[in-house]
Design a protein around this ligand. Structure first.
Ligand SMILES: Cc1ncc(COP(=O)(O)O)c(C=O)c1O
Length: 349
């Protein structure tokens, strides 16, 4: 099929935001602390709970590479544990260690409740579950998340722990606000013009995206969220977004479940999915095909070259075989049908 447009991710219609009111939904964002990124929210938690300044930290092998990369840059020693997406774990952790648990793709990972009464410091990455419950309460839990994944925002993170870091308003950050406007504008221009896509626009956006990632890595201890992210976050209608994403997931599932291994097989009532997850040994082949058809597929997580992944068979399997299919709230059946048609060309065999 020859298509003359691209299907990319989410953009922010920031012209619509009203900076005078900041009242968040997800409502839990009104408590806790908003930060610059998911990784800076994690570091804030570590500063609070890592009282004996241990440099040892347990992470699942399959994790967004920004986390181990930034922890290493702060002098932490990473110890991986091996886990599949649905939560059985063989590893025993040393008493009082810090253990990061990732809740993958909207599914609460049961190991955090299993480990709850142990003598461990459990820090939970809730990024993929951000919209599961807009009224979530995280009593006696230590939760962090990146707010960038569901929103298309370049900066934003959150932790349920209340710390006094003010919203940044100094000159340095005003510069960042300019960067944000430029980034959002560029992203919107490039995505909105889906029928007349331009590689030039796309490349301009990708360059800004790369610059932002570098900025986040460099500013991991520069915690507060820029004010504009804050304002934009308060303007989404998350109830509608939740509904649309769930509908999109169900539509993709109906059309693809007999052809692919899908994770999870069914979404629980409260789950708002970030992607439609396919597990396939043809991942790279399919991904390249979708990209050649101008269908945006998020980057899969990557191993970090100087860390040891020996014996992490489940994690290595995930690194190689997971495909993230977009189901952003912006996508209509028309877009989903194109994605489906391109995927059906591959199928299970
Ligand atoms: C599940 C998950 N947690 C945390 C992070 C880190 O968030 P941030 O990039 O906002 O620092 C990522 C990054 O992609 C992620 O995918």
């Amino acid at each position: 099929m020859n298509q003359k447009f691209s299907i990319a991710g989410q953009y922010v219609d920031f012209d619509k935001f009203n900076s005078s009111k900041v009242n968040f939904s997800p409502y839990f964002l009104n408590s806790g602390t908003l930060t610059m990124s998911g990784r800076s929210a994690l570091i804030l938690l570590l500063e609070k709970f890592n009282k004996n300044k241990s440099k040892k930290i347990y992470l699942p092998g399959y994790v967004c590479e920004t986390i181990p990369k930034n922890l290493i840059s702060l002098g932490f020693k990473i110890h991986f544990y091996d886990i599949f997406l649905n939560s059985k774990i063989d590893k025993l952790f040393e008493e009082q260690s810090i253990v990061i648990v990732v809740h993958y793709f909207g599914n609460e990972n049961k190991i955090s409740s299993k480990l709850k009464n142990s003598n461990l410091i459990i820090l939970e990455d809730y990024t993929h579950c951000m919209l599961n419950n807009l009224n979530a309460k995280f009593n006696k839990r230590n939760v962090f998340m990146s707010l960038r994944k569901f929103t298309g925002l370049p900066f934003g993170g959150w932790t349920n722990i209340k710390e006094n870091i003010n919203t940044l308003n100094n000159k340095k950050i005003l510069k960042k606000e300019k960067i944000i406007y430029k980034y959002l504008n560029q992203k919107k221009t490039y995505i909105k013009n889906e029928s007349e896509f331009s590689l030039k626009l796309e490349n301009k956006f990708l360059k800004l995206n790369k610059d932002n990632e570098i900025l986040l890595d460099k500013n991991i201890l520069n915690y507060p969220i820029p004010k504009i992210s804050n304002n934009i976050l308060s303007c989404y209608n998350w109830k509608i977004i939740r509904k649309k994403r769930i509908e999109n997931w169900k539509y993709l599932n109906k059309n693809l479940k007999n052809k692919f291994e899908v994770f999870p097989k069914k979404i629980q009532d409260n789950v708002c999915p970030l992607y439609f997850i396919i597990i396939t040994t043809k991942r790279d082949q399919i991904r390249n095909h979708l990209i050649s058809k101008r269908i945006f597929v998020a980057n899969s997580w990557k191993k970090i070259s100087d860390l040891n992944y020996r014996n992490l068979t489940k994690s290595i399997f995930l690194f190689k075989n997971i495909l993230y299919i977009p189901l952003d709230q912006r996508l209509e059946k028309f877009h989903l049908n194109i994605i489906i048609q391109n995927l059906l060309f591959y199928g299970k065999n």
